[in-house]
Design a protein. Structure first.
Length: 284
């Protein structure tokens, strides 16, 4: 009995040590900005831009976009498994570059196979952008990875206004054109094979464990029940920090209870054996 519970305790404590990492830059505390009055125009624009989470809802998979070669491609033919969607526009000189660059820097660290176990889609919400521009930026970010990455693992799409707005409406993403540029939120969406929205991220930097766990969530039926149960029990999603947090207290308490229960069971079984010893002696 002891030989059974001792390895279990060691594994759980090792997991706790591995995942008890120090807070990353997303958790850095910043001084709270002082409120200031906004012009009426800025207030109106702010009301038109933002993101409303539609967790559990589905995006339309019948939408048609153009791939890097200009070929029409149905969204459902690309979302064949867990998929990371980046709503961007390629000519963005600010956060869209940081968002895609941040993802490019962390994708090589994922243990999942791109193109097979997950896919990334950068989808431009600027209807004037062309497949040629999409190809240019695909080359840029795949080169920035400085690691092998399959062409089919990260697709860069452009589209028509109707399909663009059906997609952005489905994920709750609201943006506003200002001349040749856009005012828009910074967000990443993870969806399952059937288009179900599983997770949102709101930073230009990513942690490998966050993306991995979100992709595992999105894999649905393809992940064994045991893996889903362990992931759900050992980790919880912090909606404020937008990251997965290892439940150290929950796992530690479970280990203590299992070890205590195992020791108690050992004492009970050992006591019964002492009270009822098997003997080959015959009663005279």
């Amino acid at each position: 009995m002891t030989r059974f519970f001792a390895p279990l305790c060691r594994v759980a404590l090792l997991a706790a040590a591995l995942f008890s990492v120090s807070p990353g830059p997303d958790f850095a505390m910043a001084a709270e900005p002082q409120p200031r009055a906004l012009p009426a125009g800025a207030i109106k624009e702010a009301a038109q831009v933002g993101l409303s989470e539609h967790l559990g809802e589905k995006i339309p998979l019948d939408l048609v976009f153009r791939d890097e070669t200009g070929k029409p491609v149905r969204l459902g033919d690309l979302i064949t498994g867990p998929t990371i969607i980046l709503p961007v526009y390629y000519r963005c000189t600010n956060v869209c570059n940081y968002l895609q660059g941040g993802l490019a820097s962390v994708l090589p660290a994922l243990k999942l196979k791109p193109g097979e176990e997950y896919r990334v889609l950068s989808i431009s919400f600027d209807e004037t952008e062309t497949p040629e521009l999409a190809t240019k930026f695909k080359r840029l970010y795949l080169t920035a990875m400085n690691a092998p990455f399959p062409e089919d693992g990260w697709r860069f799409l452009t589209g028509d206004p109707a399909d663009i707005h059906r997609l952005t409406d489905a994920i709750g993403y609201r943006f506003l054109r200002k001349g040749v540029e856009f005012i828009h939120p910074v967000a990443t969406v993870v969806v399952a094979k059937d288009g179900t929205i599983v997770r949102y991220f709101y930073s230009t930097t990513f942690l490998p464990k966050d993306l991995t766990l979100a992709l595992l969530e999105a894999r649905q039926g393809k992940v064994g029940a045991t893996i889903r149960t362990v992931v759900g029990y050992c980790f919880s999603f912090d909606p404020k920090g937008k990251t997965y947090v290892f439940n150290l207290m929950r796992v530690s308490a479970t280990v203590v209870l299992l070890c205590a229960g195992g020791f108690l069971l050992f004492l009970i079984l050992g006591g019964r054996k002492r009270k009822n010893p098997s003997s080959g002696k015959h009663t005279p």
